[in-house]
Design a binder for this molecule. Structure first.
Ligand code: HEC
Ligand code: HEC
Length: 356
């Protein structure tokens, strides 16, 4: 009798468990939240993206490591006089570009040489900066910290200040298991934060994964984009990550771009093809922030492309005309399509917000 009642009880528990599982799975399928309701500190590769470049195997993401990275990103202590943080020039509401600034303002209100790009999908990038001056995501923070126009601080002093700070007391210990912070851990923590900034929730992504439809005009914009733009702004990242000259100038004496790194004259005037995800938010445009609107950018491609020895062949029509012949109506449709690349859940994701 006793045996039987425990079997009954056991079956009841099993049924209850199965029921909960079924309920859980069907609830999950029924409604996908815009932003994951439970914070996830995992690197989740979007199924429609290519293979990432950075491998988190050597820098396993933990909640603690990510949160230290987030604090560092928002903390002006990384600059010489504690006035400038990464977030001064990379603001979440504009996909981590610098809103309204052609060139960013760094320490002592000095102006940087180039426009701040938006920050997202960095784990898929091999080269960083407009000229590819840094070739590893972990090393990126060293540049703005040391740059006399940006944060003007040495890594050694950052380490010293963090180890002295009450704000970080015990946090590096929890994240990395050692008593004091060192420069490697600072770079790992910032990489955990920067590397997890994935933007894959735009209307376009939902269209791509069959969850949403694009309007007829957006679809026309997409096919024009595929025809005229996607040889450079290609694939799901909307960049082939190469360096090219898209005809902004006839000579590039102010900023030679990729040549600055390679010293090859064939690289003069070439800059990294930027992703166009979130492009509606990241104005102004180009490495020097010369264009304030997407209309300006389309006008450039349609009628202002300038010839030079390194101009990309795709922008040379071969008959003495340069650029991409586009009507006003076609430009507008391309812009409508570009606006489907805005990821509202990314710019409001609380994981990436200011923790202070
Ligand atoms: C004073 C403004 C400023 C500050 C502060 C700043 N950045 Fe930047 N950031 C820029 C500019 C400008 C560029 C483009 C530089 C270039 O191409 O030469 C850039 C580029 C980058 C890139 C490369 C993006 C890409 O797609 O190539 C990353 C990543 C980045 N910054 C992260 C950071 C981090 C992390 C910090 C803090 C440690 C930081 N930045 C601080 C202005 C700033
Ligand atoms: C030959 C390659 C190439 C083609 C084709 C091309 N682009 Fe670009 N695009 C670039 C490069 C390179 C840059 C960065 C140039 C710079 O800043 O010096 C750029 C920059 C941009 C920017 C500025 C993004 C930012 O964050 O500053 C936009 C917007 C843009 N392109 C849209 C388009 C559109 C729309 C088309 C099609 C009509 C197009 N591009 C065709 C190579 C190309």
């Amino acid at each position: 009798m006793k045996g039987r009642s425990s079997i009954v009880l056991f079956s009841f528990i099993v049924l209850l468990w199965l029921g909960t599982c079924v309920l859980f799975v069907s609830c999950k399928d029924a409604k996908e939240p815009l932003v994951p309701s439970v914070f996830q500190y995992e690197f989740e590769e979007p199924a429609h993206f290519p293979t990432p470049v950075y491998d988190f195997a050597n820098n396993a993401i933990t909640k603690e490591g990510f949160e230290v990275g987030r604090m560092l990103f928002y903390d002006p202590v990384l600059s010489r006089d504690s006035t400038v943080s990464c977030s001064s020039c990379h603001q979440q509401f504009v996909a981590f570009a610098h809103s309204g600034h052609a060139k960013s303002h760094g320490i002592d209100n000095q102006v940087t040489l180039r426009n701040s790009p938006g920050l997202f999908n960095l784990a898929w990038q091999e080269d960083f900066f407009w000229d590819g001056g840094v070739a590893h995501i972990e090393l990126v923070p060293l540049a703005p910290i040391a740059n006399p126009l940006e944060m003007d601080e040495s890594m050694a002093r950052v380490v010293y200040k963090l180890n002295r700070s009450n704000r970080y007391k015990g946090l590096f210990q929890k994240a990395f298991g050692t008593d004091s912070a060192d420069s490697q851990q600072i770079l790992y923590a910032l990489t955990q934060f920067n590397g997890l900034m994935i933007s894959d929730h735009s209307i376009y992504d939902k269209y791509r994964t069959g969850k949403e439809k694009l309007s007829a005009e957006e679809l026309e914009g997409l096919s024009l984009f595929t025809e005229y733009c996607s040889s450079c702004h290609s694939g799901e990242l909307f960049t082939d990550l190469s360096f090219r000259n898209n005809g902004l100038n006839t000579s590039f004496t102010n900023d030679t771009g990729r040549e600055h790194i390679t010293t090859l004259s064939s690289d003069i005037g070439k800059f990294k093809v930027p992703s166009l995800r979130n492009v509606e938010l990241t104005a102004p445009y180009m490495h020097d922030g010369r264009f304030t609107t997407l209309e300006n950018v389309l006008d450039h491609y349609a009628s202002e492309v300038k010839n030079s020895s390194t101009l990309d062949p795709l922008l040379n029509q071969g008959n003495g005309d340069y650029g991409i012949a586009l009507t006003d109506n076609e430009k507008q449709k391309i812009i409508l399509f570009l606006q489907t690349l805005t990821d509202h859940s990314f710019i409001t994701d609380p994981r990436f917000s200011n923790p202070f």
